[in-house]
Design a protein around this ligand. Structure first.
Ligand code: ADP
Ligand code: MG
Length: 292
């Protein structure tokens, strides 16, 4: 590879908002045959909204939302921010929280008004031996629409279910179609529930998903694909994605995401538009073709 053609390729890419960290990444990108894409904030806009609230019998909705919002105010998770915003809009007052804890990949907990409040996935509730059978059909119904359903207990009793919904970026479907036309294998990866993940994947034409992946397991999933002989590009925006971006053959960060993801990646997509993935790969093909 001549330095001149690499520079020309990098320049063309930069005009499209694609920043390669080094010339070697521009050269290597053409070998990619598998693209693993994070869901939240990468395929979707990552600004979920609170859409549904259900309480169990005997629980008042306002009281429930007050417990829930108080706990979520302590969390930085986008889901928590959506929940707090939705609750504040309803004019509900939030309370102090003691012993707040984040359980990565599962949810949060703490003590509000001397009651233990636990918020998160069904797996989290199961860990605390909570009986959730009455709300499983409701959760499945929400998830089949692509919403993320979240359970909350107050004082050891299941108290309610809320759902948040994120929207798919307008550009995602077309961008994924382009990758598939280039004969690349496209896989969606997420910590979210399988059913919700499938609903989002369907909207953008992805048939392969890896869901319910714990934050620290994304990198291991990428390694598994590499062991199968695949050349993997990982695309993500979050702190959770950074280890996977680092182990992938090519790590691609969204410029709209966290600094940690950009630091771990080989390419940054300034526009946060997945069409830039196909652009980056074709620039790599073209650059290397000019060299030979
Ligand atoms: P992702 O952001 O890709 O969904 P995470 O690993 O951060 O993945 O979270 C996995 C799941 O854990 C979420 O989909 C949600 O159901 C639950 N969860 C995590 N944090 C919270 C929180 N603060 N409040 C409620 N649920 C949460
Ligand atoms: Mg994300």
């Amino acid at each position: 590879a001549t330095p001149t053609s690499i520079m020309a390729g990098s320049g063309r890419a930069a005009e499209l908002g694609i920043l390669f960290k080094g010339g070697e990444h521009l050269e290597q990108t053409r070998y990619i045959n598998t693209v693993v894409i994070d869901k939240t904030g990468t395929i979707t806009n990552g600004n979920p909204e609170l859409t549904d609230v259900y309480v169990t019998e005997g629980m008042s909705e306002r009281l429930f939302l007050s417990f829930l919002g108080s706990i979520e105010r302590k969390s930085e998770h986008p889901i928590a921010q959506a929940i707090v915003q939705g609750i504040r809009k309803r004019g509900i007052e939030l309370r102090d929280v003691r012993q707040f804890e984040t359980i990565p990949g599962y949810g949060v907990k703490g003590i509000v008004n001397q009651k233990e409040v636990i918020v998160g996935t069904r797996q989290l509730m199961e860990q605390y031996k909570m009986n959730i059978s009455t709300v499983v059909p409701l959760m499945e119904q929400l998830e089949s629409k692509g919403k993320t359903a979240i359970l909350a207990s107050v004082g050891g009793q299941l108290a309610g279910v809320v759902a948040v919904a994120d929207t798919v970026k307008e550009s995602s479907k077309k961008a994924i179609e382009r990758l598939q036309k280039m004969k690349l294998e496209v896989i969606m990866i997420t910590g979210d529930n399988t059913r919700a993940a499938q609903a989002i994947a369907k909207q953008v034409g992805i048939s392969q998903i890896i869901a319910e992946v714990l934050p620290e397991e994304k990198a291991a999933e990428v390694k598994k694909l590499q062991k199968m002989g695949k050349k993997v590009a990982m695309v993500g925006d979050g702190i959770n994605d950074a280890p996977a971006l680092a182990v992938a053959d090519i790590g691609i960060a969204m410029g709209t995401g966290t600094d940690i993801a950009m630091e771990a990646a080989d390419i940054t997509l300034i526009r946060g538009d997945l069409n830039s993935i196909a652009d980056a790969i074709s620039i790599s093909y073209k650059t290397m073709r000019n060299i030979k």
